[in-house]
Design a protein. Structure first.
Length: 375
């Protein structure tokens, strides 16, 4: 065997898994047909956020945020880590009540969350529309430029000497202790880990993954226009539609002074082209919250595809009888960056038969029966 572990995928999840296993002393080979930090990692916002759509999502995202905060002092300026916080914006009284309920849940779990009334919200973020009812500030949420962090994890993290990365390596099949490349070469290892997002469906078509297309737009530089990652409280509802197209307000202040504007969700297409009607709908939604937005200069728009599981939670653990000896780290939807470090810890704990830092059961692939999987 050429390595202790072969990882398919050099995005943020694959890179985190490689760094974690290498730190355990394993020799790790990472294969990617493109390069480090591409795919969904390059297309996303890099928002590190505690989400509470379910107890399992809350546990995984909270633990992973803790790991990001521990890692942050080692990162470089080019990794663009910033603890800007998340500000959930309530547009009306109903959403203000939702903010209050969300704060109570966070407080009960020991996560700092501060309610801001309408006046405090305007003082905190003057660019927001004056009609907003209030907000909820999560102070330790952060942002990061995930593609360069993936590169750091694979080349400069403490175990990086144990990691070999092969770019331009297209994996076409997986098996017990081996993967097969497009040129017929086989790479063998004690553990095969699939961490290439939607690409996993080509290797394991039975996986219950669905593509979620999203649009983003970045503006010219407008320093200090906003200070926090801003999200509408309606985002939680619209982000989890099971079909069709939805948009929600999501704005991020980049360290460059630029604004990153989102977001959209589509289930009914795998076309990577920017769709102007969807982009327009997304920007119109954002302008309700940031009235200044139509006066700003947008310089680029793009799309990406998130790999979504039926229950919104990632698949972390053994693939099961359909692929003996194969491990999965896929299905993170829009939380791949947030939960990448925790995913790596949970996977490494299972591979090394050590105690996991949080319960792994909610994320095990075995929770999906054959009836849930694609034929």
């Amino acid at each position: 065997m050429t390595a202790d572990a072969v990882i398919v995928g050099a995005g943020i999840v694959g890179a985190a898994c490689a760094a974690e296993l290498a730190a355990c002393g394993m020799r790790v080979e990472v294969l990617d047909e493109q390069g480090i930090g591409g795919g969904a990692t390059a297309a996303g916002m890099g928002h590190i956020v505690v989400m509470n759509d379910s107890p399992a999502e809350f546990a995984l995202s909270r633990y992973s945020r803790e790991l990001w905060l521990e890692l942050a002092p080692q990162l470089r300026p080019c990794d663009a880590f910033a603890r800007c916080g998340t500000l959930w914006v309530a547009a009306d009284d109903e959403e203000w009540q939702a903010a209050c309920a969300m704060q109570a849940v966070f407080a009960a779990q020991g996560v700092a969350a501060e309610l801001l009334g309408a006046a405090a919200l305007r003082e905190c973020e003057p660019a927001l529309a004056g009609s907003m009812a209030g907000g909820l500030r999560i102070g330790h949420d952060s942002i990061v430029y995930a593609p360069t962090v993936a590169q750091w994890l694979l080349t400069q993290s403490p175990g990086a000497a144990n990691i070999r990365v092969r770019r331009g390596a297209q994996v076409t099949a997986i098996g017990v202790h081996r993967v097969t490349l497009a040129d017929g070469e086989r790479a063998s290892a004690a553990h095969v880990i699939v961490a290439n997002g939607l690409g996993a469906q080509r290797l394991a078509p039975w996986l219950p993954l669905q593509a979620k297309k999203g649009h983003l737009l970045i503006t010219d530089r407008y320093p200090a226009l906003i200070r926090h990652q801003l999200l509408e409280l309606g985002y939680i509802k619209s982000a989890h539609h099971a079909s069709g197209t939805s948009v929600a307000f999501n704005a991020q202040p980049r360290p460059t002074g630029q604004l990153l504007i989102g977001s959209s969700r589509q289930f009914d297409t795998t076309d990577p082209a920017v769709e102007m009607p969807v982009l327009a709908q997304m920007l119109q939604r954002a302008a309700r919250y940031l009235p200044v937005l139509p006066t700003l200069n947008g310089i680029r728009a793009w799309t990406g595809f998130r790999a979504a599981s039926p229950d919104g939670l990632p698949l972390i653990g053994p693939a099961g009888d359909r692929a003996p000896g194969v491990w999965l780290a896929v299905g993170h939807e829009g939380l791949g960056v947030t939960t990448s470090l925790a995913t790596a810890r949970l996977l490494a704990a299972q591979i090394t038969a050590s105690v996991a830092p949080i319960p792994v059961e909610p994320y095990l692939p075995a929770r999906f029966t054959e009836r849930d999987c694609h034929v």
